[in-house]
Design a protein around this ligand. Structure first.
Ligand code: PAF
Length: 295
């Protein structure tokens, strides 16, 4: 069954009752326009017998959009989203509580003036182009975690930097929710699922948009299959990066970082993460891939 809440207080009362009964629950924060990437997070969370039900939020957070970004046009498909969540709840035979605030004050009351920033990490990769993006993300997720107090929160590895920052925030601020990161869900073509894929034309979707994945895969194969030293691998990557990021390039970045620290790779690095952001027409696409440096 799916139950809908547009206000926080009745949802909190409901959750308090369930917690009194000894139940635990999962949480999936989203901005809606649901695709299989979002649904797989809720599905996986409901497979865990510790989670009796899932709270699923849909809130387009104004704080994480820049002034020239798509906040006002962000795709909203609430009716379809509800149908998808209802059928998932039937499939999993567990309840989904949809939290769909009908106004921003529900999350950020009048006069709200505090923000949460994870220093350093929020300024690299996407944080370079999207100045206050991660401050907006960590602030809204902090609010949601404090308001709902979920036992476990599920996030997708497609937004690797986002889940990394949120794990750091949870650790630093002693929040009690466990953050569980799950693999990127891809279309048949290997394009990482994203609500923003809806902005792509059919031609872009089947063609140019795939150059992000294909480039990363090519670099991954080159770095994993070679018997090169670390220094040689770094220089191979830097050559690739230089070729890719020319003056008229549609790439915003291509980076190789240690998956566990998000710092430059060193001889201690076990797995690295290749990150890319690519402008396909007007659509900004991001993706990442794990690279096993010493397979
Ligand atoms: O990944 C998203 O959809 C958003 O950044 C999130 C985590 C729901 C915060 O608004």
């Amino acid at each position: 069954m799916i139950q809908q809440f547009s206000h926080i207080a009745p949802l909190q009362n409901y959750l308090a009752e369930k917690i009194n009964e000894g139940q635990e629950f999962s949480f999936v924060p989203t901005m809606g326009n649901l695709h299989e990437g979002h649904l797989s997070l809720a599905r996986e969370s409901l497979k865990d017998s510790r989670n009796s039900f899932c709270v699923f939020s849909i809130f387009v957070n104004p704080k994480q959009f820049g002034p020239k970004e798509d906040f006002h046009n962000y795709p909203s498909t609430i009716e379809e989203d509800i149908v998808k969540l209802s059928s998932l709840s039937k499939e999993m035979k567990k309840d989904i509580l949809l939290f769909y605030p009908d106004n921003q004050q529900e999350i950020f009351p009048e006069g709200f003036a505090t923000s949460i920033t994870v220093d350093g990490l929020s300024k690299i990769l996407c944080g370079k182009q999207r100045k206050n993006h991660f401050k907006g993300v960590t602030t809204v997720v902090y609010r949601l975690l404090i308001l709902l107090k979920p036992h476990r929160t599920y996030m997708g590895l497609k937004d690797f930097q986002q889940q990394f920052l949120i794990k750091k925030m949870v650790k630093d601020l002693l929040l009690s929710s466990e953050i569980i990161s799950l693999p990127t869900i891809r279309e048949k073509s290997n394009l990482a699922m994203s609500s923003r894929n809806n902005y792509l034309t059919p031609q872009e979707r089947e063609g140019e948009a795939l150059c992000l994945y294909n480039t990363m895969l090519r670099v991954k194969h080159a770095l994993e299959n070679s018997s090169l030293s670390l220094k040689e691998k770094i220089s191979l990557f830097n050559d690739e990066k230089e070729k890719t990021l020319g003056p008229h390039s549609k790439w915003q970045y291509l980076e190789l970082l240690d998956s566990e620290t998000l710092k430059n790779i060193t001889s201690k690095t076990k797995t690295a993460q290749i990150f890319g952001a690519y402008l396909c027409g007007k659509t900004r696409l991001i993706d990442n891939m794990t690279i096993y440096l010493n397979p």
